[in-house]
Design a protein around this ligand. Structure first.
Ligand code: NAD
Length: 268
């Protein structure tokens, strides 16, 4: 029996990358998952998981998208135990001076719509059901939730805001609903860019990144799943308001060498 046996989870950004890999693990742990993504391919990419996963195509930066996702869980399984707000887009690490002032309001609205507004909408849409189940919320933050230069002038503030949401909602919703987050360092995905900046999808891992990490390895997309499982399970019942750093040691990297025992050539 898995640690998430029969928990019902609404999971956004489930069609690719960290989300898809984590949904696979949730299913192995016994969960039933509404897998939400703006990409219609979410139905194909979650087909392997059988009837324990219900794909929903929705834009989570809209209220309708979130009520559709919550409604699917309630209609199919009658409850929601966990909401995971994981969908995200990037600004391609664009510095402020590279963004024309005219484009900034639209780019801000688009990126903050997915990275910041969507988790608020998702929690709001699942609120009654989570209160009833005494459930939990998990939001995907980032190394950029607590540090500069994990993204650009829009992404970094948006991920700092995710930490603000975690802390504020953990307070507001206690003692009924726990609210925590996972802050990945890097993962080999292709995050969508900000259309208002003319950006497409780009590789999340840049050349040389491996050598900057104290742990000296680019983690697989499924490397974060265990942290999500912990936060979704009753094993973390004493945790709320926490953002779990899962950053391969980035927050403790050294100046001369990334890690005390790092000797490989190319270390930066
Ligand atoms: N890859 C990294 O290095 C990294 C590092 C730190 C944090 N993160 C965060 O991890 C999360 C997952 O990203 P990933 O790297 O797996 O990228 P990904 O692009 O593989 O997955 C993100 C998913 O979100 C979906 N999505 C985007 N906008 C949406 C919308 N409006 N409505 C519904 N779905 C939408 C995409 O279609 C995609 O399937 C994001 O929040 C990202 O910011 C990623």
């Amino acid at each position: 029996m898995g640690v998430l046996e029969d928990k019902v989870v609404v999971f956004t950004g489930a069609g690719a990358g960290i989300g898809r890999a984590t949904v696979a693990r949730f299913v192995r742990e016994g969960a039933r998952v509404v897998a939400v993504d703006i990409s219609a391919s979410v139905a194909d990419s979650t087909a392997d998981f059988g009837d324990r996963v219900a794909p929903v195509v929705a834009d989570v930066s809209t209220w309708e998208g979130n009520t559709k996702a919550a409604g699917a869980a309630l209609q199919r399984w009658g409850r929601i135990d966990c909401f995971v707000g994981n969908a995200g887009i990037t600004d391609g690490a664009a510095p402020l001076e590279s963004v024309p002032g005219d484009d900034l309001p639209r780019a801000f609205g688009e990126l903050f719509g997915v990275n910041v507004l969507a988790p608020l909408l998702g929690v709001r849409a699942c609120l009654d059901a989570l209160t009833e189940s005494k459930g939990s919320v998990i939001l995907t933050g980032s190394y950029a939730s607590t540090h500069a230069a994990g993204g650009g002038a829009l992404y970094t503030p948006s991920k700092h805001a995710v930490l603000g949401i975690i802390r504020q909602l953990a307070y507001e919703l206690a003692p009924d609903i726990r609210v925590n987050g996972v802050a990945p360092g890097v993962a080999p995905t292709r995050l969508k860019g900000t259309a208002a900046l003319g950006q497409g999808a780009t590789d999340s891992v840049l050349d040389g990144t491996r050598f900057a990490l104290p742990l000296q390895e680019i983690p697989d997309v499924d490397a974060y799943a265990g942290v999500f499982v912990l936060l979704a399970s009753d094993e973390s019942r004493v945790m709320t308001g926490s953002l779990v750093q899962a950053d391969s040691g980035l927050a403790v990297r050294g100046i001369a060498r990334p890690g005390g025992r790092v000797t490989v050539e190319g270390a930066q």
